[in-house]
Design a protein around this ligand. Sequence first.
Ligand code: NAI
Length: 430
Amino acid sequence: MKYDIRNIKFAKEGKKRIEWAERDMPVLNLIKERFKKEKPLRGKRVSACLHVTAETANLVRTMKEGGAEVLLCASNPLSTQDDVAASLAKDYGINVFAIHGEDKKSYYNHLKAALDFKPNVTMDDGADLLHLLHTEYKEVAKNIIGSMEETTTGVIRLKALENEGRLNVPIIAVNDAKTKNMFDNRYGTGQSTLDGIIRATDMLIAGKNIVVVGYGWCGRGFATRARGMGAKVIVTEVDHIKALEAAMDGFSVMPMREAAKIGDLFCTLTGDIHVIRKEHFRKMRDGAVVCNSGHFDVEIDIKGLKKIAKSVRKNVRNNVDEYMIGGKKSPQPPFNKGGKRVYVLAEGRLINLAAAEGHPASVMDMSFSTQSLATEYVVKNYKKLKNKVYDVPENIENWIAKLKLKSMNINIDKLTPEQRRYLKSWELGT
Ligand code: NAI
């Protein structure tokens, strides 16, 4: 077993966290129990490149109980929980390569370790591992029977490879499963993004003008939660249907050039690049706060902001950098007389992971149950799979939703035989 982590002595705290998360992951626990008995992944090597958190720890434990040898590396340098990494190495026999705050070189060395492990199955959150598999590590692809992708940005990248005819392994788009994106992207990101913003800034949400950039799964979740806490929410979009939906849901919708003038807080959730740029920063109010909860740290053009800023004060509070725009430098606060301050949270990286703890375990229960069953599906069906991006099979989704409802003590109705016939017929009705 190999590992490269901050400190193995942190294991005790990490184990407590992993066990706490486990309590709130009832569907994954059921899968874990079955995997323990049936060992459906026996003999397989799994490399997972995911956020190294207590919830992910329970996913990789499930893989191991299923008979796989597992390696875990980080999909984001800022989201690693060092104590969890330590406990996985010490208490659960998982190979772990992840250190909170690691630099780019160490981050990529850890991704390379995951491919040197010669996996048969990979899991990605943003497709960084798969990117290496299509560039420096092409020869490793021949061992791989399937790869899971956890997030929207990763699916976009992999579909682009598929469209160019260059995809070299079969992909299961776990992100696109309803049991994933409805819970994780909408409810998980909605709540944990607000949590991250509040922990980073201690700001009162009520009464604030909050600009939500992108009204997809994540944006809808965040906008709804922010409104629930009393914010006046403004949505910016580039898609007419999503913009219409936001307007019908009762939010103000306008272009960023207008929203930039009135927002107190801006949060990007698009999976796109430079959705807040120099021309927008120039229009912002003094004290505006800007953050991102989309996958990569490219949504906010921080290089552009640096270019127009007179000065930057890093870490004025943990996870908060202050950029001064315009005005004259002065030795006293606000340090740039006549100018204005713009605050960037977590250097534009995922705010819910950098400043809070990511999604609650109950949300990750759905995503990671989907990951586990999709992996089992790949192991059983790889001979039939082509180098394409596949959806998660519908029966897996239904099974997970049913068990989640059961764990919440919620029962639902069943179709009567008459209803079944009616819904399948074309003769009845007029
Ligand atoms: P989505 O595809 O459902 O929504 C993205 C929306 O952004 C779309 O409606 C699109 O029209 C809009 N958009 C694109 N460019 C824009 C622009 N220039 N201005 C305004 N709107 C724009 O995607 P989803 O699932 O909501 O994911 C968004 C991002 O969040 C992705 O990068 C995804 O990987 C990431 N993500 C982050 C999570 C977290 O924990 N923070 C969890 C899950 C996903």
